[in-house]
Design a protein around this ligand. Structure first.
Ligand code: ADP
Ligand code: ADP
Length: 231
C-alpha cells in the first residue's frame, strides 16, 4: 500500500458572491501515490494548489471530488483512522502565547487520545532541540523554535506520515539546514515525509521523489534523480 494514494482529486472553491456555482478551480484532477518510507516533494509556484492539496489531506479543505487514501484508509469512509495516520505541520504558526512547549505537546496528545503513560512530550522536545525551553512561554520562543515546536506537535500521536507545508518559507539559511536535518532524522526513523516547497533546490537536495504541480494540475511525478537529469 502506498503511504498516500490520490486519485482524480478536484477542488473548486466557492466564489464569494457568485450565483453560478463557478468557483476557482484549485485542483483540476490530480492523481499520484506517495510510496512508504520516502521523502516526497510537492513542488510548484505560488497559487499552484499545494496548500489546497495539503489541507485536503489534513481534513481542513473538503474536496469537490476524487479519492484520497492515507495509509490505506479512505478519508471519507475511515476519517479517524486516516487522521491517526498523519501528522500535519501547517504553514502558519499558531500557539497560545501563555502555554509552554511541554503544555502544547501534552494538550495535543490529549486531543489525539494518547494515554498519559504513552506520552513522550519531553522526548519529542529533545528531538527538535527544544528541551531547554520546555517550560518557557510560547510567546518567548523565536520563530525558528516555534517552527520546531510545530514539528514536535505534529508527531505526538506517532503517525507514520508527516506532512510539512512550506517548512522553510522565509527562514534563514541556518534554520533551513536544521529543519532539513530534522526531516531527514525523522525519515531515517521510518517516517514517510511529504513536503511542499517552491524551491527546486530544496526539493532536489532533500526529496527521493518530486511531483510538480502548476495551475492545479500534475506536470510530472518521478524520482528526483530522473528529474534532475531532465532539467
Ligand atoms: P500560499 O503561501 O500557499 O501561496 P496563499 O497566500 O495563496 O498561501 O493563501 C493564504 C491563505 O489564504 C490560505 O489559507 C488560502 O486558503 C487563502 N486564500 C488564498 N487565495 C484565496 C482566495 N482567492 N480567496 C480566499 N482565500 C484565499
Ligand atoms: P499554493 O499553496 O500552491 O500557493 P493554493 O492551494 O494556496 O496554492 O491556491 C491554489 C489556488 O486556489 C489559488 O488560485 C488560490 O488563490 C486559490 N485559493 C486558495 N484558497 C482559497 C480559498 N479559501 N478560497 C478561494 N480560492 C482559494
Amino acid at each position: 500500500t502506498p503511504a498516500i494514494r490520490i486519485r482524480d482529486l478536484v477542488k473548486r472553491y466557492a466564489q464569494a458572491g457568485s450565483q453560478s456555482g463557478e468557483g476557482k478551480l484549485a485542483l483540476g484532477g490530480v492523481s499520484f501515490d506517495v510510496p512508504q518510507g520516502q521523502i516526497f516533494g510537492l513542488l510548484g509556484p505560488n497559487g499552484a494548489g499545494k496548500s489546497t492539496l495539503i489541507n485536503t489531506l489534513a481534513g481542513l479543505v473538503m474536496k469537490s471530488s476524487g479519492t484520497v487514501e492515507i495509509w490505506g484508509f479512505d478519508i471519507d469512509k475511515e476519517p479517524r483512522n486516516a487522521k491517526a495516520s498523519i501528522g500535519i505541520v501547517p504553514q502558519e504558526i499558531v500557539f497560545d502565547p501563555f502555554f509552554t512547549p511541554l503544555e502544547v505537546l501534552d494538550i495535543q496528545a490529549g486531543l489525539y487520545g494518547v494515554p498519559a503513560p504513552a506520552r513522550r512530550s519531553l522526548e519529542l522536545l529533545k528531538s527538535v532541540h527544544l528541551a531547554d525551553k520546555a517550560h518557557a512561554y510560547a510567546r518567548s520562543l523565536s520563530g525558528g523554535m516555534k517552527r520546531r515546536l510545530l514539528i514536535a506537535k505534529a508527531m505526538v500521536h506517532t503517525p507514520p506520515i508527516l506532512v510539512l507545508d512550506e517548512p522553510t518559507a522565509g527562514v534563514d539559511v541556518e534554520l533551513r539546514r536544521l529543519l532539513w536535518e530534522l526531516v531527514v532524522d525523522l525519515n531515517n526513523q521510518g517516517v514517510t515525509i511529504v513536503l511542499t516547497t517552491h524551491y527546486l533546490e530544496e526539493a532536489e537536495q532533500l526529496c527521493d521523489r518530486i511531483a510538480i504541480i502548476n495551475h492545479g494540475r500534475l506536470i510530472t511525478d518521478q524520482p528526483t534523480r530522473d528529474l534532475v537529469g531532465m532539467m
